[in-house]
Design a protein around this ligand. Structure first.
Ligand SMILES: NC(=O)c1ccc[n+]([C@@H]2O[C@H](COP(=O)([O-])OP(=O)(O)OC[C@H]3O[C@@H](n4cnc5c(N)ncnc54)[C@H](OP(=O)(O)O)[C@@H]3O)[C@@H](O)[C@H]2O)c1
Length: 342
């Protein structure tokens, strides 16, 4: 085993200490000290440099078992992270290597090397492995091209369009020959970014008026595909605008993640009969067989500048919960990342 000098005896990690009811509160979390242990056989000790905060984490804070286990109380939370190996007990991993793994929400992580993937900062900036070239990117790629069965000439509508997944959905649709791409977002500045930087044909601020009216105006001939990140009023509006045999890929319903009462189904769902549209849920974990194609195609677009991305970076482990809460409030444009150090 190799170990770098200067590794501290303890480091900090975020624990969930109470299950949030409605909107999470800072008191639901605690930043605690934990010993930094040296790696055993097959393990690596990683100094996390970047950690991800993602909307799905809100679901893991509830006690309900879903497609991923809930976070345990008084234990460190989990999530995507990138870091530098500072000690290795695993063949094939050396001090100084960079890895992507799932033990975020902490400064140092003792990682089973089998669950870590090496990443190269000379190929792409490390933050991109959590965003445009990472899980949200694959979600956009697989969700649009496979689940929504995108076809050249389609009119595509995507919600949370200035976020990590949404901004990529809209741009991939344009690059693949969509006839019209429409996005919704929660501020006029985000709407400007969608049209001026990402090349959306139209965009609107859903806080400025009813989504149904704004969508109908932006897509007077209707939409073929709706990529749903939001649910609720957005989903109803999309059903109202969708064409015969349209497709809805349901990726997320962030407008409902903090709801304390059961949320109603779209009130116009019966239109599924007359319009024969298809609506299908999407889980990124089902689509890792597309990883190779996704990285090849999207990294080429990123390198050529055809696909643009933004990151909102919050600095310091102390601010990780604020970053997560900010994400739920829409304070990010593009992927929300917490920078933990070098
Ligand atoms: N199924 C899967 O496998 C999978 C994988 C990854 C992500 N997702 C889902 O994809 C969606 C986007 O995830 P992301 O990581 O790219 O996050 P993101 O879009 O970068 O960030 C979340 C955004 O949601 C918007 N939002 C928050 N509350 C809203 C509301 N009430 N109505 C409308 N918009 C609201 C905010 O932007 P505004 O300023 O525009 O409100 C915020 O910036 C989420 O629903 C997430 O759960 C699903």
């Amino acid at each position: 085993m190799s170990a770098s000098a200067g590794t501290p005896a303890t480091s900090r990690e975020w624990h969930l200490v109470a299950r949030p009811q409605g909107w999470p509160k800072p008191e639901d979390f605690a930043l605690r000290e934990a010993p930094v242990r040296q790696p055993g056989e097959g393990q690596i000790l990683v100094r996390n440099t970047h950690m991800s905060v993602d909307p799905y984490m809100r679901g893991r804070m509830s006690g309900v078992k879903s497609y991923v286990d809930p976070y345990e109380l008084d234990k460190p939370m989990l999530g995507g992270a990138v870091g530098r190996v500072v000690a290795s007990g695993a063949e094939g991993f050396e001090e100084g290597d960079h890895v992507l793994h799932h033990l975020g929400w902490r400064e140092y992580a003792l990682v089973n090397a089998k669950s870590a993937v090496k990443v190269d900062p000379d190929v792409a900036p490390l933050g991109t492995y959590l965003g445009v070239l990472g899980m949200p990117g694959l979600t956009a790629y697989a969700g649009l091209l496979r689940v929504a069965d995108f076809k050249e000439g389609d009119t595509v509508f995507v919600s949370a369009a200035a976020g990590a997944v949404g901004s990529q959905v809209g741009q991939i649709a344009k690059l693949k020959g969509a006839s019209r791409v429409i996005g919704s977002a929660g501020s006029d500045e985000k709407v400007r970014v969608l049209v001026e930087e990402y090349g959306f044909d139209a965009a609107f601020n859903y806080k400025n008026g009813p989504v149904r009216e704004q969508l109908a105006e932006a897509a007077p001939d209707g939409i073929d595909v709706y990529f749903d990140n939001v649910g609720g009023e957005h989903l109803e509006a999309a059903i109202a605008s969708i064409k015969l045999h349209g497709r809805i890929a349901v990726c997320g319903m962030i407008s409902q993640y903090n709801a304390t009462e059961p949320t109603p189904a779209p009130r116009n769902l019966a239109q599924i009969i007359a319009k024969r549209f298809r609506m299908e849920g999407l889980l990124v974990g089902d689509h890792y067989d597309l990883q190779g194609r996704f990285v090849e195609e999207v990294s080429a677009w990123v390198r050529s500048g055809e696909l643009k991305y933004r990151e909102t970076v919050v600095h310091g482990v102390d601010n990780a919960v604020d970053a997560f809460l900010g994400l739920l409030r829409g304070e990010n444009t593009g992927k929300m990342i917490v920078r933990l150090g070098d």
